[in-house]
Design a protein around this ligand. Structure first.
Ligand code: DGT
Ligand code: CA
Ligand code: CA
Length: 573
C-alpha cells in the first residue's frame, strides 16, 4: 500500500507539534505546518508525483530540505528528526494539544514539572489541585481543563469524512474485484453522511462469501484483524480506522443495507411498523411468517412498509418516518442544484490563488458566479484588507468581469464582526460591494447573551447579507461560541439576512439541526466552500451532504439561484 498524502501530512504535523512543545523557532514550526497543509490538500498523491519525476520543491512553501523529507516519508522511510523528537518526548504527549486551554507552552510545563504526558495524568493532577500553582496556569484554567476532560476532550476522536473517504474508497475497489461479488456499499454513519464516523460498515452482496472475505482480511492497508469470520470480519486499518464487512446473499442485500445504514433509532422504528403490519423485519429481509416478501432493495422494503423511500441522510430517527407516511418528505437539495459559490479567499488575504484563477476554476465547475470574500483589516495575521485595498480589489474585479461572459465575480468581503457587533470596515466601502459576509474571529468566550447581542447588532447593519460559519465550531477541536439561535434566526428572517453552511469538512457550520431550524424559521442558507485554493471548491459536496441532513430543499438554499435571481434575493443594501 503506497503511503498516502494524509499519512505524510500527519507526520509533518506531528513534527510541528513536538517542535512547538520543545519551544523551537516559530518559523521552523510554521514551515512544517504549512508543508503538512500543502501535502494534505494536493489533488495528486506525492507517491505518484515522485514516480512521474515531478519536483516537490516546486510546491508552494516547500524548499529543498522539506522536499527531501517529504520524499523520504513517501518512500515509507523514517525521519531522523522525528525519531529524535520522539525519543525526547513521550509518544502520547501531542494528544494533550487537542485539549482546549492547552497550548505547547503549557504542555511543556506539565511535562517538565509534573511529568504529565497523557490525558489520564492530566485529569489526575487537575483533580488533585496540582495545576493551579504551576507557572502560566491558575485556578480558572484548572477548572476549564477539568470541564474539557469531563466533556470528552482528548479521548479517541471520530474520523472526519475526508479521511474516511480516502481510506475506504480504494478498499471498496479492491472488494469489488473479488469473485462472486455483485455490490459493495459503505453503510453506517458514512452513508448517512454524518460529519464524522466512529467506524466504517461495509455491506457486500456476494455468493459465495469466501473470496471477498479473503480479500478483505488480506488487504494491504490492514494493520490488525480483529475478527475473521465466514460472512463477517472486522479489521483496523493503518490509520486506526475500524472497518466491519458483512457479506449477504444478493436477495438480502437491501435489507442488510437498510439495517447497517441505521441509524439504530430509525431501524428500530421500522421494525415496529413491520410488527404493526404483522410482518417481521431483520437484516435478511421482510417476512410474513417464513415467506420473504421483500429484501432485494431498500425501495421495495420501504414500499412494503407503506413508506416513501427515505434518503440515508434523513435516517436519524427524528420525524422522517412520520413524514414518509404522510408523504411530506423534503425533496433534498443535490450537488447539481448548486450554481455558484459565495465564500472564497485569494492571495490578497490567506488564499493561495489569484482572483482570476479562482474565477476560472469556479467557471470550470459550471458555476455562474463566485464571491471573492477576503478577510478584513482586523485579521492582520492574514493581511486582511483595509478600505483602500478593498477599493482596489473592487476595481480589479470590475476589470476582470468585463472580460468574462456567462460568469460573474461578485465583489464581497468576509468582514470581522467586532466584539460590540460593529463591522470592521466603514459603510462607505461596504456599500460598493455585491455582498457582505460577516464573521466572528475573536472573543469566542463571550457569555451567551453578549455573543447573541453581538450577532443581532451586526445584522442591524443593512449591508450584512450572510453570517459566515455562524456557530464557530471546529469539529474535534472546539464546540463553537455560546449563542441563542432562536432570536438570531428570527432577526435573520425578518431582515432577509442569510446564514452560511460553511462546507469546509472540519467546520460544516451550520450543523444539520441548525439548518433545519433555519428552514423552519424561513431563513435562507448559503452553502459555501470558504475556499483558500482552487481545489477546495470541491468541498461543496460536503456542504450539500450536511444540508441534506438538515432537510434543506433547493428553494431553501441561496446559491441554487441563477445570478439574476440571486441578486434579487440578496439583502438589499
Ligand atoms: P458510528 O460508527 O458511531 O459513526 O455510527 P453508525 O451509525 O455507523 O453505528 P455502528 O457502526 O455502531 O452501526 C452501524 C449500523 O448498524 C447502525 O447505524 C445501525 C446498525 N446497528 C448496530 N447496532 C445495532 C443494534 O444494536 N440495533 C439495531 N437495530 N441496529 C444496530
Ligand atoms: Ca459505523
Ligand atoms: Ca460498526
Amino acid at each position: 500500500m503506497p503511503v498516502t498524502n494524509a499519512e505524510i501530512a500527519a507526520q509533518l504535523e506531528k513534527i510541528a507539534d513536538l517542535l512547538d512543545i520543545e519551544g523551537a523557532n516559530q518559523f521552523r514550526i510554521r514551515a512544517y505546518r504549512r508543508a503538512a497543509r500543502v501535502v494534505g490538500e494536493l489533488p495528486q498523491s506525492v507517491v505518484e508525483m515522485l514516480a512521474g519525476g515531478e519536483a516537490l520543491d516546486k510546491l508552494p512553501g516547500i524548499g529543498e530540505d522539506l522536499a527531501g523529507k517529504i520524499a523520504a516519508l513517501a518512500r515509507g522511510g523514517h525521519l531522523p528528526l522525528l525519531d529524535e523528537l520522539e525519543r525526547e518526548l513521550p509518544a502520547g504527549i501531542t494528544a494533550l494539544l487537542a485539549i482546549p486551554g492547552l497550548g505547547p507552552k503549557r504542555v511543556a510545563t506539565l511535562h517538565e514539572t509534573l511529568d504529565i504526558d497523557d490525558v489520564k495524568g492530566l485529569a489526575a493532577a487537575a483533580r488533585a489541585g496540582k495545576l493551579r500553582t504551576l507557572p502560566g496556569f491558575g485556578a480558572a484554567i484548572e477548572q476549564k481543563l477539568l470541564r474539557a476532560i469531563d466533556q470528552g476532550a482528548g479521548q479517541a476522536q471520530r474520523t472526519m469524512l475526508p479521511a474516511a473517504e480516502q481510506a475506504v474508497i480504494p478498499l471498496v475497489q479492491v472488494l469489488e474485484q473479488a469473485a462472486g461479488v455483485r455490490q459493495v456499499v459503505v453503510a453506517g454513519s458514512y452513508r448517512r453522511r454524518r460529519e464524522t464516523v466512529g467506524d466504517l460498515d461495509i455491506v457486500v452482496a456476494a455468493d459465495p462469501a469466501g473470496p471477498v472475505m479473503d480479500r478483505f482480511v488480506h488487504y494491504e492497508d490492514v494493520a490488525e484483524v480483529t475478527l475473521a469470520g465466514t460472512t463477517r470480519s472486522t479489521v483496523v486499518l493503518r490509520n486506526r480506522l475500524q472497518v466491519d464487512v458483512r457479506v449477504v446473499k444478493p436477495e438480502s442485500f437491501g435489507a442488510a443495507l437498510m439495517y447497517f445504514t441505521g441509524s439504530k433509532d430509525h431501524t428500530v422504528e421500522l421494525r415496529r411498523i413491520a410488527i404493526a403490519r404483522h410482518l417481521k423485519l431483520n437484516e435478511y429481509g421482510l417476512y410474513s411468517g417464513t415467506r420473504r416478501v421483500a429484501g432485494l432493495t431498500e425501495e421495495e422494503l420501504y414500499a412494503k412498509l407503506g413508506l416513501r423511500y427515505i434518503e440515508p441522510e434523513l435516517r436519524e430517527g427524528h420525524d422522517e418516518i412520520a413524514a414518509a407516511q404522510r408523504g411530506t418528505l423534503p425533496h433534498l437539495v443535490r450537488l447539481a442544484d448548486i450554481r455558484g459559490d459565495l465564500h472564497a479567499h485569494t492571495t490578497a488575504s490567506d488564499g493561495r490563488a489569484s482572483i482570476a484563477d479562482m474565477a476560472r476554476a469556479a467557471q470550470a465547475k459550471g458555476y455562474g458566479y463566485l464571491a471573492i470574500t477576503d478577510h478584513s483589516q482586523r485579521l492582520a495575521v492574514v493581511h486582511g484588507l483595509d478600505a483602500k485595498r478593498l477599493g482596489r480589489q473592487i476595481d480589479e474585479i470590475d476589470r476582470l468581469n468585463a472580460t468574462l461572459t456567462g460568469f460573474a465575480i461578485l465583489k464581497s468581503i468576509e468582514v470581522d464582526i467586532l466584539e460590540d457587533g460593529s463591522l470592521d470596515l466603514p459603510d462607505s466601502i461596504l456599500k460598493r460591494l455585491d455582498l457582505v459576509l460577516g464573521a466572528i474571529h475573536s472573543h469566542f468566550e463571550l457569555a451567551q447573551d453578549k455573543q447573541t447581542k453581538r450577532l443581532l447588532r451586526a445584522m442591524d447593519n443593512r449591508h450584512l447579507g450572510i453570517i459566515a460559519h455562524p456557530t464557530g465550531r471546529l469539529i474535534n477541536r472546539r464546540p463553537g461560541y455560546a449563542i441563542d439561535f432562536e432570536p438570531v434566526m428570527r432577526a435573520a428572517a425578518e431582515r432577509g439576512c442569510a446564514l452560511e453552511l460553511n462546507a469546509q469538512p472540519d467546520r460544516l457550520d451550520l450543523p444539520d439541526v441548525r439548518c433545519r431550524m433555519a428552514r423552519d424559521m424561513g431563513v435562507k442558507v448559503a452553502i459555501s466552500t470558504d475556499s483558500h485554493s482552487t481545489v477546495e471548491l470541491d468541498f461543496m459536496r460536503f456542504g450539500v451532504d450536511q444540508a441534506r441532513r438538515g432537510w434543506l430543499e433547493p428553494g431553501d438554499v441561496l446559491n441554487t439561484r441563477s445570478l439574476g435571481e440571486l441578486r434579487k434575493l440578496l439583502r438589499r443594501h
